[in-house]
Design a protein around this ligand. Structure first.
Ligand code: ZN
Length: 245
């Protein structure tokens, strides 16, 4: 079985990066962050919670009507996610401290976009061509949700292209790593990603998805060979599949 990291091409300068990715995240609503007494630190995860407007409102209403502050203790977090999980029907593992929640929002700074845009590590926005092909080929381990765009003044009056966020739901663990060695605090359950250059997948702990994250890290996307073949067929722009050795 061959796996690949799905990422952006190498750009020689920051300017090239912004030209190829004229988009920015624009999230309005965030879950509270956690202050952990044991870590003596406050932290927010880089996870996201993409949900429909109806669910977004359920979460906002709960946080407001219960006066939940922007930063809470690890203990308060545990009870909060139980409540939110009950209200929304989502598993409590989907909630992460400080994560933006709701319909994904973006700002578009140029009229033309490539087939793939990379607003943040592990975050992929793709054009409708890519979305249709992924759906037609029934690739697994993802959900697709349309990004709602705000247009920057420079391109005002222009109808933005439809872009879709690829929400990764597939999971695997790397060889030699497990939940115990990536969790550095038992109180707030904060995780790290040791040995960042080792992306070797433990096949026995891979859920079989075509797209997946490893070791609970949302910033790295791993795909199967089949995904590379499908994307190659579409002749899409602004992405790279790097083989994992
Ligand atoms: Zn902690």
């Amino acid at each position: 079985m061959k796996f690949f990291e799905l990422t952006h091409p190498d750009y020689s300068t920051d300017l090239q990066f912004s030209k190829a990715n004229p988009v920015e995240q624009d999230d309005k609503d965030f879950l509270p962050g956690v202050y952990c007494e044991k870590c003596d630190d406050q932290w927010a995860s880089s996870n996201r919670l993409c949900v429909e407007k109806r669910v977004q409102k359920q979460i906002t209403d709960y946080l407001r009507s219960n006066n939940i502050p922007d930063v809470i203790s690890a203990q308060q977090w545990s009870s909060l996610i139980l409540e939110l999980s009950t209200i929304t029907g989502l598993p409590k593992e989907n909630f992460h401290p400080g994560a933006p929640y709701g319909v994904p929002g973006g700002i578009l700074k140029k009229k033309e976009v490539c087939n793939f845009s990379h607003p943040f590590p592990g975050l992929l926005w793709v054009t409708s061509d890519v979305m249709s092909l992924i759906r037609a080929e029934k690739l697994t381990g993802i959900q697709l949700m349309e990004v709602k765009f705000k247009i920057s003044k420079r391109v005002a009056g222009f109808q933005p292209p439809q872009l879709w966020e690829i929400i990764i739901t597939g999971k695997a663990w790397r060889q030699g790593h497990n939940v115990d060695n990536v969790t550095i605090c038992n109180c707030c359950k904060r995780t790290v990603f040791p040995e960042p250059n080792n992306l070797k997948v433990d096949i026995s702990r891979w859920d079989g998805s075509d797209f997946f994250n490893i070791d609970l890290n949302p910033n790295i996307i791993i795909v199967t060979e089949r995904v590379c073949e499908v994307l190659d067929k579409g002749k899409f722009t602004n992405y790279l599949c790097i083989p994992i050795n």
